[in-house]
Design a protein around this ligand. Sequence first.
Ligand code: G3P
Length: 218
Amino acid sequence: MKFFIDTANLEHIKEAESLGILDGVTTNPTLMAKEGIKGQNNILKHYVTICEMVNGPVSAEVISTDFDGMVAEGNNLAALHPNIVVKVPMIKDGIKAIKYFTDNGIKTNCTLVFSAAQAILAAKAGATMVSPFIGRIDDGNWDGVQLIEQIVHIYGIYGFPTEVLAASIRSSLHIVKCAEAGADIATCPLSSILGLFKHPLTDIGLEQFLADYKKVNG
Ligand code: G3P
């Protein structure tokens, strides 16, 4: 399973990248706003900065909701850097735009996916990745991981090459559950990635090893 970081925070990206296990980055307008990145020029520059930090796909989201607008924005984003993946919302014009980008060799991430039905449409349009928002599904008292299993199963039957990118990850357990469910990618906040390291027996065991070494070696 590939690990993406779901942030526009450069420090978080740097820390995840330094671990040597980072495969890509996803952003969205909310994450960009959270970092105080405003104005089209600054937003585009920020994407380029991220692309130069990570050797892998960087999802940059369009904000238009009509086909022509999405195509113009997506072409512009894709021209910024070869790592850019154009993130497109799961709406009718979004699916048409994904088909256009697919036909023109531009990679896409179909976002705001909450059902297997929507995931089928994304795959039919040739999306490179599909982003089911599992945390937000859990928030509504449904099972987000079950949706990942369902999409992985359906894509497997038909051999759809669209990668299942589990998004809206809220915990390290979510990452493990998505791995079990066969997600191709999990995009996570830094805290959930760092949480994977944690086990009290590792800490206790390491402390013991170091103490025993010190006893003998001083
Ligand atoms: O990038 C999309 C997704 O990961 C958003 O997550 O936590 O806002 O539901 P969240």
